[in-house]
Structures are given as C-alpha cells and as structure tokens.
Write a protein that binds this ligand. Structure first.
Ligand code: DGJ
Length: 732
C-alpha cells in the first residue's frame, strides 16, 4: 500500500502537502492532487469537502492515472493542456514536480506546484487559489521559459479537470446579438464538445466561457451534485470536453490558441487566466449561489454595493441628444424616484458630428451644437434634480470618419498590404490596444471627462465591433500571432490605470449588449448590459441564463417602451416592470411619451424596489421553474443571507385557454420562520387571498402559493400577460 502524507494548514483552509498529496479546501469542497517530488503531478479528486480520515485512504482508492496538467509529446494521442516547440525543434515535454509552496493571501490561500521539464529549463507553476469564505477556487498555470531562445507555445490551457463518466449533463450559454445567454442543456457524449470565442473584443455574445456539469443525470435546479467552471478572461477562449475511450470526460479551459501561438521569450513567464471552479450538492442554483457570492466578494467592482436606479437615454432618444431633452429626461426620472441619468451615444464630435453610427468615435469632445452648455451643464442639471449623471463612451474604437483616425491611422488594427475591414456604420475600426500609446489614449479619454467633470458618477463603456482583420501595426513581425492576447493585456492595463485613478466610479460593461459578460472583465466593471433586446418576455430567458453565473447586482435590466423596439411586441407595463425588477432595475424609455398612470406605476415600482434592492442585489438566488421547461410559467426568488427577507417572482410565459400552470414551491426559506406575504407592483382591484397573511417557510417550500392565472382588473385592462412579485418578510 502506498503511503500518503498530508499536511493540513492550521487555518480553516487546507493547503499543501509534505510528500505526495496536496489538498486544496474551500468551505465545502476539496481538490486533491498527488505531487511526489520528481514524479508526475496527478489529479486525484475534486468534489465535496473530504474528512481527514477519507483523505488518508483516498490515494489507494481513487483513480490517479491522469496528469493534473497534461502536456504534449510523450502522450500524443490524448488532448493536452500544454503543447510547445523548443528552440531545437523538439515538440515534447516531460514535466515532473519540482516543489510545492503555499501561502496566505489577503483574499485566500494560494498553492503553487512547480513542474519542471526533465531535460529543458522549462517550468510550469500549476496554481490553485482557494478564495476565503466561499466555495470557489481558481486554477491557472504560469509557464516559464528559462532557455536561451524563445519557446513557441502552441497550446496553453489554464486548467484541466477529469470528470467521471456516468450520466453527466452540460449546461452552457449560447446566443447572438439581441438573444444572448440562452440556456443549452445536453448530455455529454462521445467526441469533443468545444465552446469557444474568436471575436477578439466581445467574447460572450455567441457563447459563454462558463459551464455547469450535472454529475448525476439531468440538470436540476435545487438538488444534485453539480460542478461549475468559469474562465475569467475577456478575450478569445476555448472550453473543450473530450470524451473518448476511458472512464472520464476531460475538461480543458483556457485562452483560444487559434491564430495565437505565443513566442515565449527567454526568462519570460506566460500567465494564463484563472479558471474559477465550484461544486455544490444543491444543483444548478447551488452552483450559481457559490459563484454569485464569490463574485460579489472578489470579482466585481463594488460587488457588495447596491446599484442606483437609472434612466438611460438610448431607446428614448437614440442619437437625438440636446441639452433641453436631457434636462427633461433627468427631471422625469427624478420625479419617479430614480437616482441616476445616463446620456448614451450621440453627444460628441466636432469636425465630424455623431448624427448616426458612422462617424466620430475617438473624437471625445462635446458636440456644442447639441449641447451648448457642455457636460458641465448636464452635471449641474442632474444636481438640480437631485440625481447623479453618467455618460456613454466607446474608447477602444474609432471611425474612419473621425479626427482621431485622420491623425493616427497607425493606431488601428489592420493587416499589412490589405484594405481595412470596416464594422458598424460601414466606417468603424478597432484601436490596437497592444500599442501603449493607444492605452494612454484610452485612459486619457476617461481622464479628460472626469477631470473636467469630477461629479460624473457612472460611465457606460461600450464596444461594438469584433476584430475583423488580423494585424497589429505596433507588434513586430514575429509577434503578429500575439495580437488577440496583447489586445487584452493592453485593455486590462488601461482598466487598471483607470481604476487606480477612479476607484469609486461606477462603470457599466456594454458590448452591443451582453458581449462582454465575463469575470476577466468584471473586476474593473460594476455591471453589464445584458442585451440590446429589452423585450420583457425574451429577457426572462436571457436573464435566466445570465443568472447561472452572474448575480443580479451585475444584470442591468431596464423597463422600455411598448411596442418593444427590438421585437415590436406589446407587453403591459406591469409585466415589463416585474421582469426588470429581478435584476438591477433601470429604465430605457422616453418618459415624455408615458402617460401619468404609467409614470405613477413606475414610481411605485421604484419605491418598492428600493425596499427589496438589498435582497435582489445581494441575496441568494433560488431558480424554481425554468422558462426553458415550457410549463407556461417561470419563477425564481432571492433570499437574504439571514433568511428574513425574500422576493418571489412569477411570470407567465405563454397563454392557452385552460392551460394548467404548476403551483410553484418556494425554496431557500427558513422552515421555522413566519413570513408575511405582500404583493409588490399591485395592479389588481382586489388583493390576493394571501396578501398580508403569514406562512411558515415550511408551508411555502412544501406547498407554495396558488397564484391566479390573470389579474383582477377592469375588463378593458385585461391582457394575456400576467406576472407577480411577492415580498416575504419574517420581520413584520
Ligand atoms: C450598443 C449598446 O448596447 C446600446 O445600449 C447603445 O449604447 C448603443 N451601442 C449606442 O451606440
């Protein structure tokens, strides 16, 4: 029998081992690898937290045949995490454990296992970070070349995890512009499942760099062992799950290496992005709660702060911006109880005016024809109305019709000897963030605005184009394949500088809607625009998917006009409000087109949202009935950490006569506590039968409440839509 040596740290978290076995623990999970010095690093276990007695026998019973960071060359037929070409042309690696270190960081415990090649001076640090007070750990690699000449990195995944086969299902997000974060659930079958992005700029429109694996059969929201992974990277990524002839699915995650082979110089270290990993026995929602808690604590700018309720000008006026119009919108949102007004696209340009989307990006000066009083006047007007002011920019982009492009054509991404490939408006191009001068420019865009107007509270940072042609006018010839990677390094450097200077600014991440929702980005951004599609019914599906990985505090969700500007569907205001209220509530509408009755409904909703905002934005999510299950209704709830206060949402998603909707059981409450039920945003002439009544958490979770199919309103106000928002409070 092999002997196993364990070293458990004195603190709550376990860390590295003396001898063979290294254990990384979070509150409720353990990851175990075998790391004998001079031998290969093997994966042993990832799942529920192990007891010390289980740990002592683990090595004898668990399959530890798999390299924890598989490399290419001496195991050619399998998928690998790392593949290189040495300066002498050798394509193989043979990595063994050199040392194991661990240290306490302010936000967690870091375990680093250094691997070295048996022959070449080439090293990989396999890093595991257990974040304090969460059930999330991150895994990544740091690849170092100590040879005299560059090593070509052809594959360089952040992490690898084997997953025992059985009835394993994958849940992941896919979509497109206006239809982001659709949920796809499928069993893992033989072959390779690849989820990837190659946009260069916006990496989450068409698919997301996150997934969940339900290990015990079909995915369930509130039970079942479930694993979640999220690649924290804003650039091109690739998640691969390979299933071939053995007992495991093989998951690899990292930067998408296609057209990105990396020339690792002598003495250079390549740091791959973190892969966040979590595990829960409480199903998909359990995994979401783990991610949300970790994200609010560590991975979202101001993740623990509540967000302001805002009006954004885009769908209200589009490019038709003027001083008086902005003032009117500010007055309107203030009168409804809103706290912030955001002026969107269309405010800038001097020689080239931004009348539509085909000019002026890069010329971040006020169009004084539209705004004679400048931003100063807008900020002053906001103050007059008792609200804050925010502004839209798209600093990584320019148009060929702009003064910036005239001055700096060498700053844009362009292939040598080729014509520019143009994007939005037929004139948009992407600035080369690899170029430090461009980084300085981008930082200065924010700096110039903020220096002149230090009271600006919020920036909406947009990005409406992919990298459509490959070529950096800055990078040398032999580093052209670094373009995608250097773009993101440059972007991150700019973000870091902006955040150092403006730590309190709220910054929204927008990229033609939800094109940039990723934990590689969110440390610099407070929230993201889920989609350019504001249709409330379709938002239920998109926000459902988004909630798998992202908490409501990040999810900008706005009440917009009817008919909707994207789907042309007419949805009653009550329903639009009830959907928007399940995320970070805002408005995206021209209030001057609303009736007094509509404004009053919004005013009440804003007032009531303020009361439940801490629960929605900081509480735990329990998804109850999925819109994707086609049961005619979708429902979820948020519960505060003390289980005193909760908000329950119920939205009818289809209407057929005599359709039988399910009665929905709640979740996440304290079975012993008594909750008083109050309906929010009530439009009915009569209260619901359970209004003001008290129920135990146990009753609500075992039986739920019977929600009527429709609203008790006057006949001429009847519609095919119905929705309910209930507050459950145990303190009154
Ligand atoms: C795309 C964004 O997603 C919209 O919200 C809006 O800001 C436009 N860009 C402005 O051009």
């Amino acid at each position: 029998m092999k002997k196993t040596f364990l070293l458990l740290c004195a603190g709550f978290f376990a860390c590295s081992a003396v001898g063979q076995q290294v254990v990384v623990n979070t509150q409720n999970t353990s990851l175990v690898v075998s790391a004998p010095i001079g031998e290969q690093l093997k994966f042993v276990y990832y799942g529920n937290r192990l007891s010390s007695s289980d740990l002592t026998v683990l090595h004898d019973v668990e399959n530890s045949n798999y390299n924890a960071y598989p490399v290419y060359g001496l195991t050619c037929p399998t998928e690998v995490a790392l593949a290189v070409k040495h300066p002498d042309g050798n394509m193989t690696l043979d990595m063994v454990v050199d040392k194991v270190d661990s240290k306490q960081l302010p936000d967690g415990e870091l375990t680093v296992i250094t691997l070295k090649d048996k022959v070449y001076p080439f090293f990989v640090d396999v890093c595991y970070k257990a974040y304090s007070d969460t059930d999330v750990m991150t895994i990544w690699s740091e690849i170092s070349n100590k040879q005299k000449k560059p090593v070509m990195l052809n594959q360089f995944a952040s992490a690898y995890l084997p997953i025992r086969r059985g009835d394993v299902w994958m849940s992941h997000l896919y979509g497109s512009w206006g239809n982001e974060t659709k949920l796809m659930q499928e069993p893992l079958q033989a072959g390779m499942k690849v989820i990837k992005n190659k946009d260069g700029v916006r990496n989450s429109h068409t698919s997301h760099g996150e997934l969940m694996l339900s290990l015990d059969g079909k995915p369930q929201e509130n039970y079942g062992n479930t694993m979640g992974v999220a690649l924290c990277y804003g650039g091109n990524y690739k998640l691969r799950v390979d299933t071939h002839d053995d007992e495991y699915h093989h998951l690899f995650a990292g930067i998408n290496e296609e057209n990105s082979a990396y020339n690792l110089k002598s003495n250079e270290t390549f740091v791959t992005p973190e892969l966040a990993v979590t595990y829960s026995a409480e199903g998909l929602s359990g995994v979401s709660r783990n991610f949300h808690k970790w994200a609010r604590e560590y991975k979202i700018a101001h993740g623990k702060d509540l967000r302001k309720i805002l009006l954004n000008s885009w769908e209200g006026v589009y490019f038709d911006i003027n001083q008086q119009g902005m003032d009117q919108m500010m007055a309107d949102i203030a009168s409804m109880g809103g706290e912030l007004f955001v002026m969107d696209d269309g405010w800038f340009g001097d020689k080239y005016k931004r009348a539509t989307d085909n000019s002026s990006l890069g010329d971040w000066v006020v169009d004084t024809d539209k705004l004679p009083g400048g931003i100063e006047q807008l900020v002053a007007d906001a103050k007059k109305h008792g609200i804050k002011f925010g502004i839209w920019i798209e600093p990584e982009m320019t148009n060929t019709s702009s003064e910036l492009f005239e001055k700096h054509p060498e700053w844009v991404i362009k292939a040598p000897q080729r014509d520019l490939v143009l994007g939005r408006g037929g004139t948009q191009v992407v600035l080369d963030m690899a170029n430090p001068e461009v980084q300085d420019f981008v930082v200065k865009v924010v700096d110039d605005i903020m220096k002149k107007n230090p009271d600006i509270d919020y920036i909406k940072w947009d990005a409406n184009m992919a990298i459509l042609n490959h070529g950096s006018q800055y990078l040398p010839k032999d580093e052209q394949s670094h373009l995608y990677i250097e773009y993101h390094r440059g972007f991150e450097k700019a973000c870091q500088r902006i955040r150092e200077q403006y730590p309190d600014l709220t910054i929204q991440l927008c990229a033609s809607g939800g094109g940039r929702a990723n934990y590689g980005m969110l440390p610099y951004f407070d929230e993201f625009w889920v989609s350019d599609n504001t249709d409330a019914l379709q938002r239920i599906y998109m926000q459902w998917g988004t909630s798998y990985f992202y908490p409501a505090v990040t999810m900008a969700s706005h009440i917009s006009a009817a008919p909707n500007h994207q789907t042309f569907r007419t949805i009653p205001l009550k329903y639009r409000i009830d959907v928007a209220m399940s995320g970070r509530l805002g408005m995206e509408i021209q209030p001057s087109m609303m009736s007094e009755e509509e404004k009053a409904l919004c005013k009440t909703a804003i007032e009531q949202y303020k009361e439940v905002r801490p629960v929605v934005q900081q509480g735990d999510i329990y998804r109850l009935v999925s819109p994707y299950d086609d049961l005619g209704v979708a429902s979820l709830m948020y519960v505060d950490t003390n289980k005193d206060d909760a908000v329950f949402y119920w939205w009818k998603t289809e209407t057929f006569c005599n359709q039988h909707l399910p009665r929905i059981k709640m979740a996440g409450l304290d079975p012993e506590k008594l909750y008083t039920v109050t309906e929010l945003n009530r439009i009915d002439n009569v209260p619901l039968p359970f209004e003001g009544k008290q129920f135990t958490g146990s009753y609500l979770m075992n039986n739920g409440l019977e929600i009527p199919y429709t609203h008790h309103v006057d006949y001429h106000n009847m519609t095919d839509y119905s929705s309910r928002v209930l507050r459950l409070n145990s303190k009154y």
